[in-house]
Design a binder for this molecule. Structure first.
Ligand code: ADP
Ligand code: MG
Length: 393
């Protein structure tokens, strides 16, 4: 019932075997970067608020070795990546910078090569991932951060770049090459994640604080609804614009600086929809810091209550949920041993995240399957480590 996640060791073995077949020798280096799930703090990043993700045991592995050919060759083993699965590109120089192009998947790698802080040598590499591609668990950041970590191994820098610089270089790679204007969350958690901890990230100051989530009786279930509603495509930019408008009405640089009292005092100046959007963001930023306090106090009931409030606010005020996510959350909340549940990610499909007692997992999954007409995928996880170097068997 629970989807088995390929371990990092299994991914390395698979990638090494592909590498040896393709390039005729063994790789020298193996690294990984994890995917992530956001526990609370949704649509707060572009309002300079807080997010609270944890790294997942699902990772992207890169294995490879230095070459002296001046050409980088990269193979992905991900079946759902677009064709061709092998690319070649020259080591970039000032005269010959890298350009994004096709296949789309290679842009994540090229973007990191182009943004690496230091000289890069040419290399051969193979990618293998247990993060579902496009499933809302940030396979993209896990690939970028794994690629950066791989380049660090091949081209050691003295002194090495800070974790923050590394995450920002990976974010810039995603902005420039695939052209996704993502926030800082995915790359920060993939770089800075720590086993048994979630990461409270201040998207204004970029300050990051680890908070323990290490009770063996408590697990995090990620449920993929396996639906994605293609709407008009303007939902995200519209909400961003509404948030900017709300901040302007309140005379603030961002909604981070606004309080519910400010909103109440100026509510007559708002269109109803914009008022609702602002209410979500201001409430969600507060809930996120409260959730971090609750976790520090190991108050899982309080944490869970805040998750449900977050979901309801995303559903009613921010209007980014959908029937499938609402069903997954309400079904989970009907079960004994479930602390809280909410949609996670941008919305209109994708995943929910549920905090529950380890002993409640089987009954909760059975109940959700009875209530949900689609085919959900369940992952049982605990917070994992950020990017690291692995052994080659
Ligand atoms: P998410 O980050 O939520 O998984 P994105 O759309 O941001 O979804 O990123 C998914 C894209 O990242 C894929 O379509 C593919 O282009 C690229 N990608 C991620 N992992 C891999 C991989 N192991 N091999 C090749 N491409 C990958
Ligand atoms: Mg992504």
């Amino acid at each position: 019932m629970v989807t088995r996640v390929e371990s990092a060791g299994e991914l390395v073995a698979r990638a090494v075997s592909t590498f040896t077949d393709r390039f005729g020798e063994k790789p020298t280096t193996a690294v990984c970067g994890p995917g992530r799930v956001n526990l609370i703090g949704e649509h707060t990043d572009y309002n300079e608020g807080f997010v609270f993700p944890m790294a997942l045991p699902m990772v992207t592995v890169v294995v490879g070795r230095k070459t002296d050919t001046g050409v980088c060759r990269v193979v992905t083993t991900a079946e759902s990546a677009d064709d061709p699965k092998q690319v070649e590109f020259p080591v970039p120089s000032t005269a010959n910078p890298l350009q994004p192009g096709k296949p789309a998947w290679a842009n994540y790698v090229k973007g990191v090569v182009a943004n690496f802080k230091g000289e890069v040598c040419s290399f051969d590499a193979v990618l293998a991932s247990s993060v579902p591609l496009g499933g809302g668990l940030s396979s993209s950041a896990s690939l970028e951060v794994a690629t950066y970590t791989f380049l660090e191994q091949l081209n050691p820098q003295d002194p090495p770049v800070s974790l923050k610089e590394k995450a920002l270089a990976c974010q810039k790679a995603e902005h420039e090459f695939p052209g996704m204007p993502c926030g800082i969350m995915d790359q920060f958690i993939s770089v800075m994640g720590k086993e048994g901890h979630a990461l409270l990230l201040d998207c204004r100051s970029m300050d990051a604080q680890l908070v323990p989530l290490d009770n063996p009786d408590v697990v995090v279930m990620v449920t993929n609804s396996n639906v994605r509603h293609e709407l008009t495509g303007s939902e995200y930019p519209t909400r961003r614009r509404q948030c900017e408008e709300a901040a302007k009405i309140l005379g603030k640089n961002s909604l981070r600086e606004a309080t519910m009292d400010d909103l109440e005092a100026h509510k007559d100046k708002f269109e109803p929809e914009v008022l609702c959007r602002a209410r979500h963001v201001i409430g969600e930023i507060r809930r996120t810091t409260e959730a971090a306090d609750a976790l520090r106090a190991r108050d899982y009931a309080k944490f869970g209550k805040l998750m449900v409030e977050s979901h309801n606010s995303l559903r009613d005020d921010y209007e980014v949920s959908c029937a499938e996510l609402d069903t997954l959350v309400s079904a989970a909340m009907e079960c004994t041993g479930v602390y809280g549940s909410r949609m996670t990610g941008g919305g209109f499909g994708g995943c929910t995240v549920t905090l529950l007692s380890a002993t409640a997992v089987q009954d909760t999954i059975s109940h959700i399957k009875k209530k949900y007409t689609g085919e959900p995928t369940f992952y049982i996880t605990t917070p994992a480590a950020g990017a690291s170097v692995l052994q080659i068997p």
